[in-house]
Design a protein around this ligand. Structure first.
Ligand code: URA
Ligand code: CA
Length: 433
């Protein structure tokens, strides 16, 4: 088999075989296929796309390029949740303990964030003492005993994806549905998920800006998951404005705690319930979505959810008392209100730019090596559709530097006020096939 023949075949719009896909991925992982051939191949896929069989094969070839996590010693169906990424997205912090509080095992591998705000691990590390460097045995023991644990990505999972994603990033082939879908799904499958709930974001703050693209990506991922024997579904949710009110690591932990106690923002709470009910049903913790939702709401009301959060924090070395006193989380030195310049209705909050404003304060990383400031970020006071009077604070900046002119300017540039507008729909679609 010669790589040049496989590239030419795909370039001409022909289907490539399982053996050819395996040859490409194995060779590229080992280094016998050079970057220039892999980048030509990625570009050919970008233009010619792949059929369902090719996508499933590419996914499994990437899964098999490295180690996989075996979660079979954990009782029950292990459901994982994946978000395609947004601004101020605190859902994992709420969902993990909430779903676990119903007895459904949540064995979560998470990463650090790049861009906008931190990832789940960064957020959790704003809890004093919390650590994710636990061994696989400890991880499995915690999930078996207490139903929830979060572990940092370790080992050599999907090395082919790591290499190919980095290559696509610098050769203009990131935005291929086939390549994105197989990249994301390979990581979930290698991490041991039996079933997968996907939160595919759409809007200015999302990877997929239009609903049509988000839907195509969701369909591709759901099909791959189901084709390789993992029960998979997707929710397409709005990311035209940040989720909830908090954007920033410790601020989002506080928002998650509020939500687990039943005092969270309406949109975050609703998304958590929608994703959570799907997870519970896939794990066979309830027969219907309505039943699952009822159980989740009950767990928040009764205090089981926050109790599970405290146990989860304590199990991983963190101080559980932060759930009773969130002032113990890292605090920023300055709190600076940004008042509205006019009266009217909030018509747009550009999620991506608000994410960048938080990053300017130090809440996110521009490069992998950057250190993030866990205390800083933004608290939004309004959502799209809300009424505002001139002088009302629309955002509070939490900063460790006194001069925030740049951040303030970015906020003014990216929040618009006009006549009355409708609130955006939070959940656009549910995709099960
Ligand atoms: N996120 C991924 O993990 N992979 C892609 O290809 C794009 C986004
Ligand atoms: Ca938020």
């Amino acid at each position: 088999m010669r790589m040049v023949d496989i590239i030419s075949k795909k370039r001409d719009g022909k289907e490539i075989s399982t053996e050819e896909i395996n040859f490409f991925i194995e060779g590229y992982t080992k280094g016998t296929i050079p970057d220039y051939q892999a980048s030509a191949m990625a570009m050919a896929i970008y233009f010619q796309d792949m059929n369902d069989r090719e996508k499933a094969d590419l996914t499994m070839a990437m899964v098999n390029s490295g180690e996989t996590i075996d979660l079979s010693s954990i009782d029950g169906i292990k459901v994982d949740k994946h978000s395609t990424g947004g601004v101020g997205d605190t859902t994992t912090l709420v969902l993990a303990p909430l779903v676990a509080s119903l007895g459904v095992p949540v064995a979560k591998m998470s990463g650090r964030g790049l861009g906008h705000t931190g990832g789940t691990i960064d957020k959790l590390e704003s809890i004093s003492g919390f650590h994710v460097e636990i061994t696989k045995d400890e991880f499995i023991k915690l999930v078996n005993e207490d139903k929830v644990a979060v572990m940092g990505q370790t080992g050599n999972l999907t090395p082919a994806d790591k290499k190919l994603y980095a290559l696509r990033d610098v050769t203009g082939s990131v935005n291929s549905i086939a390549l994105i879908a197989s990249s994301i799904m390979s990581k979930k499958i290698a991490a041991g998920a039996d079933a997968i709930v996907l939160d595919v974001k759409t809007g200015t703050g999302a990877f997929m800006k239009t609903e049509k693209d988000a839907e195509r990506l969701a369909h591709a991922m759901v099909k791959i998951g189901n084709d390789v024997g993992r029960n998979t579904m997707a929710i397409i949710s709005d990311m035209s404005q940040p989720l909830g009110f908090a954007v920033g690591n410790a601020l989002e932990v506080k928002e998650a705690i509020d939500t687990l106690k039943g005092n969270g923002p309406e949109d975050l709470t609703e998304l958590v319930l929608a994703l959570g009910s799907q997870m519970v049903v896939l794990a066979k913790g309830a027969e219907t979505l309505a039943e699952a939702r009822k159980k989740l709401i009950e767990s928040i009301k009764s205090g089981s959810a926050i109790k599970k959060f405290k146990l989860f924090v304590k199990n991983q070395g963190g101080d559980p008392s932060i759930a009773d006193d969130t002032d113990k989380l890292p605090q920023a030195k300055y709190k600076i209100d940004v008042p509205s310049k006019e009266s009217g209705f909030i018509s747009n909050i550009a999620a991506d730019e608000i994410g960048i404003a938080a990053m300017l304060l130090g809440a996110g990383r521009a490069t992998k090596e950057d250190k993030i400031d866990l205390a800083v970020g933004l608290i939004m006071h309004k959502k799209v559709g809300d009424k505002v009077e001139a002088g009302d604070p629309i955002v509070t900046i939490y900063s460790n530097r006194e001069d925030v002119k740049d951040v303030r300017a970015k906020i003014y540039d990216n929040i618009s006020i006009s006549n009355k507008v409708e609130k955006p729909v939070l959940i656009h679609k549910i995709i099960t096939e």
